[in-house]
Ligand binder design. Structure first.
Ligand code: CO
Length: 175
């Protein structure tokens, strides 16, 4: 299978409002292929923690969080987690400025104000509804990825943007 490219910031697809996935389409080959491509594209990025479908050129409301991020602080290795038609159902009022980058905005980094906690309701790759709460980096990833589905890039919100070459940013969070 050919390598799936992660599109970069001037691609029009990154500025579109992504479309909802019909629930009965979730198990279709087409949607499952999109999810597989997203997982593969994410796995190739050492510094990637999450990816949204528009980043591989598909304007649908899907994002994937890397198992690497979900495994932090846990004993057992976690699999990648798929969020389809995600909705933020709760955001903490308390916000914090967090360092942020993006797989589609190489190699800029900046400070973005994000709610410390976020709860998302979505469907998994089998179409099952679930709700997941998070804090810290995972909550940040939820907010960053849902922004992608609404045509928003972190550079629209960030302050103190700087260009960091790949060798220096291995500790950053990119989605
Ligand atoms: Co991003």
């Amino acid at each position: 299978m050919p390598v799936t490219k992660i599109v970069q910031k001037d691609a029009p697809v990154l500025r579109q409002i992504a479309e909802e996935v019909a629930v009965k389409e979730i198990t279709s080959k087409k949607v499952q292929d999109t999810i597989a491509k997203m997982k593969r594209a994410l796995s190739r990025e050492d510094d990637g923690v999450a990816i949204a479908a528009p980043q591989i050129g598909v304007s649908q409301r899907i994002f994937v969080v890397s198992g690497k991020l979900l495994t932090r602080g846990k004993e057992e290795e976690q699999a990648d987690m798929v969020f389809i038609n995600p909705e933020i159902v709760k955001l903490s009022r308390k916000k914090q400025k967090m360092e942020e980058g993006c797989l589609s905005v190489r190699w800029l980094y900046g400070q973005v104000e994000r709610s410390e906690k976020a709860t998302v309701r979505a469907r998994d790759e089998h179409g099952k509804l679930f709700t997941k709460g998070a804090s810290g980096i995972l909550a940040q990833a939820f907010q960053h990825e849902i922004d992608h589905l609404n045509g928003i890039l972190f550079i629209d919100k960030a302050t103190d943007l700087e260009d960091l070459p790949p060798a220096d940013n291995s500790e950053q969070n990119n989605g």
